[in-house]
Design a protein around this ligand. Structure first.
Ligand SMILES: Cc1cc2nc3c(=O)[nH]c(=O)nc-3n(C[C@H](O)[C@H](O)[C@H](O)COP(=O)(O)OP(=O)(O)OC[C@H]3O[C@@H](n4cnc5c(N)ncnc54)[C@H](O)[C@@H]3O)c2cc1C
Length: 597
């Protein structure tokens, strides 16, 4: 069973050496957050995830959540873990202090996610959703709704859910049918069925605050006719204490491939009392307020599960004895050498390492931009927002695709022992699979990147990111690690040229951009990671010169950067050829020809 050890050295390297979080906070309105505050937060988060959350992951998968007499019952160990999450104030870590939150920047909250997703991703979703709901309420709800509902959500006494999906409306929310009828006062009666609602009901908190998308009677058809409502499981008495049960019931829990302990609910709203959040017919826009941060959180589910899978694979490969090393016995006194000596096992482990650490580096950069985008300096916020807009679909799509790849390699490293349950590696592969589907499928992320962010901005957002990269390349071409810098620079230039080609050809070949979208997202991810690996190599080489440097760790960073450039970045070549191929073969078969029994 992989036992989670927080990758604190890697995180500290990014936070202190590569990005300088303390300086970033000082420059962006958080000068109270220095290294004396950052380090204890990191250490406490690591302790919590290793000692409290990690022990609950396997039991959660074995026991699962169950629907008993209309109530969701979670695995026994979850109650203690949930109260520890509350006591540690982890849910409100980035929330507004006005409602009892700690007000820390988003980037610090994301590090907690990074660690917690490794320790127990299905349980973690309960606070990811609470945080997302709180952000939407804070940004759009009336003052009265905020004062009524936020403090107990921030403290973790109540949780939140996001009720968007209906059986016929998934990616296309414009099709949704749930209705909202105005009542005599400021309340509405909400009726309809929502499916696939994560942590839509459970026994870990006193109340669940649902955010529900529904249509008002006068709503125009399509996405412009959707409004957002706050609909609690329990209504409140006049003194604010829990009152009667609202007309929301859990009809069913889905049986699924992974995420066994995270209840995926079919919820029926039968004239349930709700309140409008934001302006009428503006529900999708209100939901999109929290999309960037929510998508980054899901991206880190890919990183966190990948991290744990990598740790499990390394640990096993150091101990499992099979056959001899290519150049002769490495440990002649043993019956065989450990499999970590074999080049093909190295290929798997290095692929895992370079992808997980590369994604973490890009994710932290994106989170820093999110800090600035949410800050008070309007000009800086606008620029940062442009970067976040471009990078969010790349992080969500690319990190979760790689999460699947990395957890798959983790199973493979253990051979048959990876496939059976005993070692806990197959759970990671099952649990990570959903991250490519929810919070907008990766197909939809790719379309968002291509259509809205690249073509829609006429390349402006891409140019902004390439300019940030270009500054780094110009400053470091003649560095000792300049060879790696130049390889990343070439990849960035190739990305720019590829984009021009797609845009130029799209006027004659209307299907080209959408046919290429998914591979374009993958390509973008590989180039961004090349830039991050070049930065890490340069930083590591500089840090190596300092007294007391952690040389083994820093050299491993430089060597992993080289591995990434040699063996992972070339994947872009195949992607480019495929993307620029004629779209005819992709679209030639008619619907009937697709399967002819
Ligand atoms: C375990 C789990 C938890 C979930 N949690 C929640 C939750 O808490 N709240 C909530 O509201 N929802 C939740 N969902 C729903 C999830 O967000 C949806 O499943 C997802 O958005 C996709 O919708 P769909 O399943 O209807 O697939 P569809 O929209 O039917 O898509 C099917 C396929 O078609 C592709 N596709 C669709 N349209 C296009 C297009 N225009 N171009 C190219 N490809 C396209 C998709 O990418 C996908 O591959 C959850 C789902 C699961 C399984």
């Amino acid at each position: 069973m992989p036992q989670f050890k927080a990758p604190l050295r890697d995180i500290r390297f990014l936070v202190h050496d590569v990005y300088g979080f303390a300086k970033h906070y000082a420059e962006n309105g958080h000068d109270e957050i220095d290294n004396d505050l950052i380090d204890p937060v990191l250490e406490e988060a690591a302790r919590f995830c290793e000692n409290v959350l990690d022990g609950t992951r396997v039991e959660g998968d074995d026991v699962g959540s169950k629907l008993v007499d209309g109530n969701v019952i979670t695995p026994p160990s979850y109650k203690k873990a949930a109260s520890a999450i509350r006591d540690g104030q982890w849910i409100g870590i980035c929330s507004n202090p006005e409602f009892g939150g700690q007000g820390l920047p988003h980037s610090l909250g994301l590090i907690f996610h990074d660690l917690a997703e490794s320790a127990n991703q299905p349980l973690c979703a309960i606070f990811t959703l609470a945080q997302g709901s709180m952000r939407a309420i804070e940004a759009h709800a009336s003052e009265q709704l905020k004062q009524t509902w936020l403090p107990k959500m921030v403290s973790g006494e109540w949780t939140g859910s996001m009720c968007l999906t209906e059986s016929h409306a998934g990616s296309d929310l414009g099709l949704l049918r749930t209705r909202a009828e105005p009542l005599a006062d400021d309340r509405y009666a909400i009726s309809g069925e929502k499916i696939f609602i994560t942590w839509g009901d459970h026994d870990l908190a006193e109340n669940v605050v649902h955010l529900v998308l529904a249509r008002l009677p006068d709503a125009p058809k399509g996405p412009k006719g959707i409004s957002l409502f706050l609909v609690p499981k329990f209504l409140l008495a006049t003194n604010g204490s829990l009152g009667e049960r609202n007309a929301v019931t859990t009809a069913k829990l889905e049986e699924k491939m992974g995420l066994k302990s995270s209840p995926t609910c079919v919820l029926n709203f039968d004239g349930a009392t709700g309140w409008l959040v934001g302006a009428p017919h503006n529900g999708l826009a209100a939901m999109f307020t929290m999309m960037n941060s929510a998508r980054l959180d899901v991206a880190f589910e890919g990183v966190g599960l990948g991290q744990l899978s990598y740790q499990g694979a390394v640990e096993y490969a150091r101990e499992r004895l099979q056959m001899r090393a290519v150049e002769g016995a490495r440990f002649p006194e043993q019956s065989a050498d450990p499999i970590i000596v074999h080049p093909d096992v190295r290929r798997m482990l290095m692929t895992q390492k370079s992808l997980v650490e590369g994604c973490r580096a890009l994710g932290y950069f994106t989170a820093m931009q999110l800090d600035i985008a949410l800050g008070k300096d309007a000009a800086k916020a606008k620029d940062a927002n442009d970067l976040v807009a471009l990078l969010t679909p790349i992080c969500k799509g690319f990190f979760t695709e790689r999460g699947s790849e990395v957890t798959d390699l983790g199973v493979q490293c253990l051979g048959g022992h990876g496939y059976i349950r005993e070692h806990g590696m197959e759970q990671l592969q099952r649990d990570v699979r959903i991250t490519r589907i929810y919070e907008g499928t990766n197909g939809i992320q790719a379309i968002d990147l291509m259509r809205r962010k690249v073509i829609g901005s006429d390349r402006r957002l891409l140019n902004a990111l390439l300019a940030v990269m270009a500054d780094f390349f110009a400053a470091n071409r003649s560095h000792r690690q300049g060879v790696l810098v130049k390889r990343a620079e070439k990849a960035a230039n190739d990305w720019s040229a590829l984009t021009d080609t797609i845009l130029a050809r799209s006027s004659d070949e209307a299907n080209l951009p959408m046919s290429a979208a998914f591979e374009y997202m993958e390509y973008a991810g590989y180039v961004c990671l090349a830039w991050c690996w070049a930065k890490m190599a340069v930083t590591a080489a500089d840090a190596m010169e300092k007294e007391g440097a952690d040389k083994a760790f820093l050299q491993a960073k430089i060597d992993t950067a080289l591995f990434y450039m040699d063996r992972i970045l070339p994947r872009t070549l195949g992607l480019e050829v495929s993307m620029l191929a004629d779209t005819k073969s992709l679209l030639a078969l008619d619907d009937e020809q697709m399967f002819m029994p």
